[in-house]
Write a protein that binds this ligand. Structure first.
Ligand code: ZN
Length: 342
């Protein structure tokens, strides 16, 4: 069952200990970057708890019983799973407590309180929990305070800060760390995402321990965008308007709704940071005897990286894309010419 688990063995061991001692919690907050296996982990754990041939304390599954087959097919009636729909900024409250005219009579909280259909408990997985607004979080609070007997909730979030303290205090936090490079490289290969060893290594270095990120990076258009940016940043003069327009054209080619486009735009910033980090590394290597000889150049690189981080914040705060990118490239171009903006 857990043979193909990558990178989270210690976490599994902690869960095993808790279930063996019957000390499991009713609600867990699974914290960690997107694409490192939190969702897979929660599903596997649920399958173990539903499996008809293994006891809950074992946290294992046979893979063959009716419940296991239903889990594999995604049709187990006692597993309730919600996530932020594509293109939406928030997890709709309707998914948690039902639409306004049927509030409390449908939705995840209502279903969780119903008798299990085939297992001895119901399990809920709330993905993108950080996108619940205050009303949704408050609606969920009641269930967290008085969870139906036997039920377990898994709330998934990239960051604990984005979760309201009232929710946080009622969940047991479990931190997931990014996948180690070798595990990620193995996953990229075993899932057939790439077989080119050099490419696998390059993507692994960039992906920050996230399989989803690696998948995105393997998209040919995104790779082209990275190469284009690297070329532009490598030029003596950076033309802010031409670079912005090239980047926006590439983002259009990638398609997707505004939220997806914004996520793709985040890549631009990260590619820029990667470029400057490489520059920093090579400038430090150029004169290892006297690391201070190039101090002004190092300052300039640091200032450019800081500007990239500002741009990432602006993107998160919903600044219009063209405005954000033009501002970024304009200032990068000025910083490169040695003029620090006021
Ligand atoms: Zn089974």
């Amino acid at each position: 069952m857990w043979d193909d688990l990558r990178g989270h063995q210690r976490t599994l061991e902690l869960f095993r200990q808790a279930f063996r001692r019957e000390r499991s919690a009713h609600a867990y907050l699974l914290i960690g970057p997107e694409g490192i296996g939190k969702r897979t982990f929660a599903f596997k754990l649920s399958q173990c708890l539903f499996c008809e041939r293994t006891g809950s304390h074992e946290l294992d599954a046979c893979g063959e019983c009716h419940a296991c087959k239903q889990m594999q097919a995604g049709t187990h009636p006692d597993l309730l799973s919600i996530a932020r729909p594509d293109g939406k900024r928030e997890l709709p409250i309707e998914l948690i407590v039902g639409s306004s005219d049927r509030r409390g009579r449908e939705g995840l909280c209502h279903e969780l309180a119903m008798r299990p259909m085939s297992a001895d408990r119901r399990i809920a997985i709330i993905d993108d929990a950080q996108t619940m607004n205050a009303a949704s979080a408050n609606a969920l609070l009641k269930t967290l305070e008085e969870p139906p007997p036997g039920s377990i909730l898994f709330l998934l979030t990239p960051s604990v800060d984005a979760i309201l303290p009232t929710i946080r205090s009622r969940c047991q936090p479990v931190t997931f760390t990014p996948l180690p490079d070798e595990d990620l490289a193995e996953l990229i290969t075993s899932q057939g995402l790439s077989t080119d060893a050099e490419e696998v290594q390059q993507i692994t270095t960039l992906a920050g321990g996230s399989l989803v990120t690696a998948q995105q990076l393997l998209h040919p258009v995104l790779r082209e965008l990275r190469e284009r940016l690297f070329r532009a940043l490598g030029e003596r003069e950076l033309d802010p308007f031409a670079t912005t327009s090239q980047v926006l054209t590439t983002l259009d080619a990638l398609g997707g709704d505004p939220a997806t486009q914004r996520r793709h735009a985040g890549w631009i910033v990260r590619f820029c940071v990667e470029f400057f980090r490489n520059e920093l590394r090579s400038s430090q290597l150029s004169d290892p005897e006297d690391p201070l000889a190039e101090a002004p150049e190092l300052d300039r690189l640091a200032a450019q990286m800081e500007r990239c981080i500002d741009a990432e914040l602006q993107l998160q705060q919903s600044m219009p894309l063209p405005l954000c990118l033009e501002g970024l490239f304009d200032e990068l171009s000025r910083l490169r010419r040695g003029r620090v903006p006021a």
